[in-house]
Design a protein around this ligand. Sequence first.
Ligand code: G1P
Length: 296
Amino acid sequence: MRRKVTKAVFPVAGLGTRFLPATKSVPKEIMTLVDRPLVQYAIDEARAAGIKEFLFITSRGKSALEDYFDESPILERELRKKGELDILEDLKATNMESGAIAYMRQHKALGLGHAVWCARRLIGDEPFAVMLPDDVISAEKPCLQQMVEAYEETGGNMVAAMEVPREKTSSYGILDVKEDMGAMVSVKNMVEKPKVEEAPSNLAVIGRYILDPAVLKNLNKLKTGAGGEIQLTDAIAQEIDNTGVYGYRFRGQRFDCGSKAGFLQATVAFGLARDDLKDDLRRFLDSVMQIENAAE
Ligand code: G1P
């Protein structure tokens, strides 16, 4: 029997400079997509995949993120008194069990690989997931759950993968495919943020990973890579000839909420998916488009 994946690392130490001045006082992960913070989407997805322990890698200025997971007895009492039971349910769904959540501080911004390495003692010797909350994925079956199911067959290391336009390859980890089996590919190399002309394909790594603990040992010895940072991609690449690396083309739509355009697109898409918002929003979008088209 393969060991179950029950721990997930959430690297949330980034400064969020692309969203300044908003992120001057609000951590990026707390920014609101419709009515819940970005991080809540990642937590819900992790829970659906069977994750029981949530390890956050934070940095200075992230206390609002830690506060977010506290219980809120005053709010709960108020809502109960007012009979707002639906909102109460939504609120209670954000509570985390005591001891299920841990925060580690990344003392220096040395890169994603270093952030994940900070969790090594809490991970120990078992497979674990990494989730980047900036990548929001809307899917019928949550992305990490799809990957956990695929991983039960393969073991090794698995990264979420998606085709991106060629000219965007320099923003991602890019896979060099050994064998393409449809949803799954086996990997013969992976490169972090290659120059467009050097990218081995246009199959990009998206922020969901299931990793063998050997990756943490690789990170122990890793030197800086692309951008002068310690790269997770490089530590995973070292497992290609050892525990094995697979890319998994998930079913679903990914939004890059690390960018303003992606965040706005996600807001519209998630708004349109909500019964209580879609009619008004669609009417508004239609009227905006009419005005735009008339102006052309
Ligand atoms: C990180 C990873 C990269 C991956 C990307 C997905 O990069 O290093 O391999 O393709 O996330 O969003 P970042 O966007 O943090 O620079």
